[in-house]
Design a protein around this ligand. Structure first.
Ligand code: PLP
Length: 384
């Protein structure tokens, strides 16, 4: 049976990974500055993670949400401790889209309203309400298009005010650092005013931290760079270091009712063990400090490369903008220099999303290769 052909694939077959590196079926080593879409937070095959997941699967991989699961409680407490989001409650699911779908659903339950405000170039996943709030017509099927969504330009404070005052908006959903869109960020005034407007208009403010959360921005959550209090915070990618797990942090103003949300797999024992070990490693290895140090170092080196016209993002969620489309450059980096980087909707942007354990040597390796790859692109050297 052939695979449903929805992904344009690079011709590389990783079969193992260790730390910042992955290895293909021929034994070639690749520097992973992409972490499989910002997923690998503590490095590939981290020994503590391997131990925690192996031990858990050996005793109990799964049981349903019909019984007590102390691992969920432990995970919730650890998220609270590391994030400082003390008053919130946790609901666990399996992916980023599902986290946002549940967030939007809760906002609608809480307010009794139906319309969502989202922003240009935002990406929130592919389930029904989440994809409708995603600014990409190509991935919205007719069945999703019946959702009521208004997409506004980022930083359009007046637009948000006008829409919220109409009284039918259940949620404003925003990425504090846009991922797939290309690392754009709203202004402080925008985020803080939107937060106030939501509170004044009985609209839930949803922080989509699926990509920017879990320390990647240099704080536990990217919204913590601002003075805002989101009503719902969605999390996923870095949470399980590759094990599928997502969730939402829910402000106590939203009261739980039995049956309001639910899932078979969400919060299962194996997922919780993976999630807990990620947080333990983030804490024990002081990875948020490392993010800040490495981010500064990366940006310092990036500023020495004249072809880089703009450096976007924060922490280890960075974008290097060129004045040409970077598709060919990414190919040179992969095939000639064995380095994974990411692309974005902004075709001139190279996305850098390494594991949070990245070190100066890896960054040096990247910039040495980038200088050569840029020359290869200029001279049109074929990627081999
Ligand atoms: C900000 C953001 N939200 C939601 C999602 C969807 O997550 P998933 O692919 O796990 O459904 C993504 C994925 O790229 C994302 O970057």
């Amino acid at each position: 049976m052939p695979l449903f052909n929805v992904y344009p694939l690079y011709n590389v077959t990783p079969v193992s990974g260790k730390g910042i590196y992955v290895y293909d079926d021929k034994g070639t080593e690749y520097l992973d500055l992409y972490g499989g879409h910002a997923v690998i937070s503590i490095g590939h095959a981290h020994p503590k993670y391997v131990e925690a997941v192996s031990n858990q699967v050996a005793v109990l991989g799964f049981y349903s949400n019909a019984v007590q699961n102390p691992l969920q409680v432990e995970l919730a407490n650890k998220i609270e401790q590391l994030s400082g989001c003390a008053a919130y409650e946790l609901f666990l699911c399996n992916s980023g889209a599902e986290a946002n779908e549940n967030a939007l659903k809760l906002a609608s339950f809480k307010t009794g309203k139906t319309r969502v405000v989202a922003f240009d170039n935002g990406f929130h996943g592919r389930t029904s309400a989440a994809v409708a709030a995603t600014d990409n017509k190509n991935i919205i099927a007719p069945i999703n298009a019946q959702q009521e969504v208004t997409i506004l330009p980022l930083n359009d404070i007046e637009g948000v005010k006008k829409e919220l005052e109409k009284g039918d908006v259940c949620a404003v959903i925003v990425e504090f650092i846009q991922g797939v869109g290309g690392l754009d960020q709203g202004t402080t005034e925008f985020f803080e005013t939107v937060d106030k407007l939501c509170k004044a208009n009985n609209t839930m403010f949803i922080a989509d931290e699926v990509q920017s959360g879990y320390g990647r921005s240099g704080k536990f959550f990217a919204f913590q760079h601002y003075n805002v209090t989101p009503d719902i915070i969605s999390i996923a990618k870095g949470m399980g270091n590759g094990f599928p797990i997502g969730g939402i942090l829910i402000h106590p103003k939203i009261e739980a009712k039995f049956g309001m949300l639910g899932t078979t797999f969400g919060g299962n024992h194996l997922a919780c063990a993976a999630g807990l070990s990620v947080l333990n490693v983030i804490e024990d290895q002081h990875l948020m400090d490392n993010v800040n140090v490495m981010s500064e170092y990366f940006i310092k080196l990036a500023k020495t490369i004249p072809q880089i016209k703009n450096i976007k993002g924060r922490g280890l969620m960075l974008g290097l903008e060129f004045d040409f489309e970077v598709g060919e450059l990414r190919k040179k980096l992969i095939y000639n220099h064995h380095i994974f980087t990411g692309g974005a909707s902004n075709k001139k942007l190279l996305r850098i999303l390494p594991p949070l354990t990245v070190g100066k040597d890896h960054i040096n390796q990247f910039f040495e290769a980038l200088i050569e790859a840029l020359t290869e692109v200029e001279n049109n050297v074929i990627a081999n």
